[in-house]
Design a protein around this ligand. Sequence first.
Ligand SMILES: [Fe+2]
Length: 303
Amino acid sequence: MSTVALHDGKRLWEEEGWCILHGLLPADEVRLAQEALPDLFPTAEEFAEDRDPARNLPFRVDSHSVLPAFPFESGVLNRMVLHDKVIDLAQEFLGLTNIRLYQGMVSAKYSDGALDDEQLLHVDYGNHTLVVPRPDLGYQHLELFIYLSDVTAETAATRMVSRRLTTGVPTERTYLSLTEYPDLYAAEVPASGPAGSILAYRPDVYHRGVRMTAPGAARFMLHVSYKPVATDWLGSQAWPGAAEGLAWHRFMQETNVRQLTMLGFPEPGHPYWNEQTLRGVSARYPLLDMAPWRAASSGAGPS
Ligand SMILES: [Fe+2]
């Protein structure tokens, strides 16, 4: 994906409210992420053949009741959420370098899944912000779906409505009824794309999930959201709550300064760091290379 294409995507995201980015993520890394999915979810075949009815049941009741979250047991999924290309994209779209990851989840949807998979048109900001979206620099937030399977109209591509058509809808109308807005339902477009594509959408774009129409199929995707730093009213997950878990400690063995900064971990040179905190954090995470933090702390001496 060239810079020009990223700029085109940003313009679409701003004007239409959404865009699909192709070819941004390396195919081999997408394949590795796909290989991590069977540990988390039934495969399409396992679900279609109902090999494990108890495992399948939640997806028949509410496909969002099973939403494994970052930090994942799988390092490849963690890397995907904090991939350099994804961070680059978020910084480009938000127009800022100082941003934070505030959501990382993975979902699955199946043929013959939950009736609730057929959603009303809605905006997502209701559970991403305490207030209402403000689209200016420094206030906008970015929602991404990273496709881990091919997504078509028949395999439940999210239906999107251009923002150009919804300027007259009052901000507080987070759900739109079919009877009141039939023209918007008629104007919806499937956000189709092969595995590895990224759907970027604004918190104020109307969209909806739909049921699978293809038989024996499954759809897997990562839900990844970024926001500007110091926007306490925006959020979804809080990373410190996961920091006693094994998944977090495994993640800390293979991460880096840029990824950790996205999570709110104090950057090298931050006033938080002194001899005592450098020593303590190093003891807490013995395999984390603390050299960048030590090097940036004047009082800590050479690493
Ligand atoms: Fe939504």
